[in-house]
Ligand binder design. Structure first.
Ligand code: GSH
Length: 263
């Protein structure tokens, strides 16, 4: 039996749900309430001492880290292959699945916080309550980043680096997608799954102009969104927690992001 501990808008959970859907694997979901810090309760920390979603529990054994979970699913459920069979294809695929783990994920959190969460947290939580939340985070570097973004928004020093990293990844995607249908070559693979949630996040934050001049990325993103797995794994779990709220309030973060890109 497979149970996925996840969260509706978590980019890492979206990756795993995409793979489960593409591979037609049955799974049971257990949504973890990150807002009430359920991921930091003793019960959840027993499943993942890092206090992070997603966690896939397969026959009572937890597997953590979304990239590891993707490869685990591939090993245990080889049908509907999402990893190229030949070594060079698998290597190309892994060059992409490493990208979120080597900085894009942290950069995505920074951009999302600056664009949306900091704004909402300031509105709905007082500072003391927010500081109590931060004090509980096991990852102190993450807590320090969140504190700075809460205070300085897009002016926090590392937010420009986060925006620039997204731009660099999109540039590399464009280079590859100008020649290939998918990121690892001719077939849709875990490489495409690994990047989909991050491009989706930019899109939901109203930052689609970051690839307006990149026809390969535009074509790829349209193709990714047209797959049934996108509807099942991402759209079906959509919430108004960050992006719809931004739109409702008429917040346009593009000018701030654009200013950082051209600075
Ligand atoms: N490297 C981990 C990152 C997991 C991660 O950062 N998960 C986020 C949601 S996307 C989380 O659980 N955040 C809890 C928090 O903000 O304290 C993975 O790929 O699974």
């Amino acid at each position: 039996m497979l149970t996925l501990y996840h969260h509706n808008i978590s980019v890492c959970a979206q990756k795993v749900r995409l793979a489960l859907d593409e591979k037609s694997i049955d799974w049971t979901g257990r949504e973890v309430d990150l807002m009430s810090q359920e991921h930091l309760t003793p019960a959840f920390l027993k499943i993942n001492p890092r206090g992070l979603v997603p966690v896939l529990v397969h026959d009572d054994v937890p597997v953590t880290e979304s990239t590891v979970i993707l490869e685990y699913l591939e090993d245990v459920f080889p049908e509907h292959r999402l990893r190229p069979a030949e070594a060079i294809g698998a290597a190309r695929m892994r060059m992409w699945t490493k990208v979120p783990d080597e900085g894009l994920h942290t950069a995505c959190a920074s951009v999302t916080y600056a664009a949306s969460f900091a704004h909402q947290l300031r509105e709905h939580h007082d500072r003391a309550e927010w500081e109590q939340r931060l004090a509980k985070l096991p990852d102190r570097a993450r807590a320090a980043r969140q504190k700075l973004i809460y205070e300085q928004g897009f002016n926090a020093p590392f937010v420009r680096d986060a925006v620039m990293l997204h731009d660099k990844v999109l540039q590399e995607m464009e280079r590859v997608l100008a020649e290939h249908t998918w990121l690892a070559g001719a077939n849709y693979t875990l490489a495409d799954i690994a990047l989909t949630p991050y491009v989706t996040r930019l899109d939901r934050l109203g930052l689609e102009r970051m690839w307006a001049q990149r026809p390969g990325v535009s074509r790829w993103f349209a193709a990714v969104q047209a797959r049934p797995s996108f509807a099942s794994a991402i759209t079906a779990f959509r919430s108004n927690a960050y992006d719809d709220e931004l739109k409702k309030q008429g917040v346009d973060v593009w000018p701030q992001v654009h200013a950082l890109l051209v600075a």
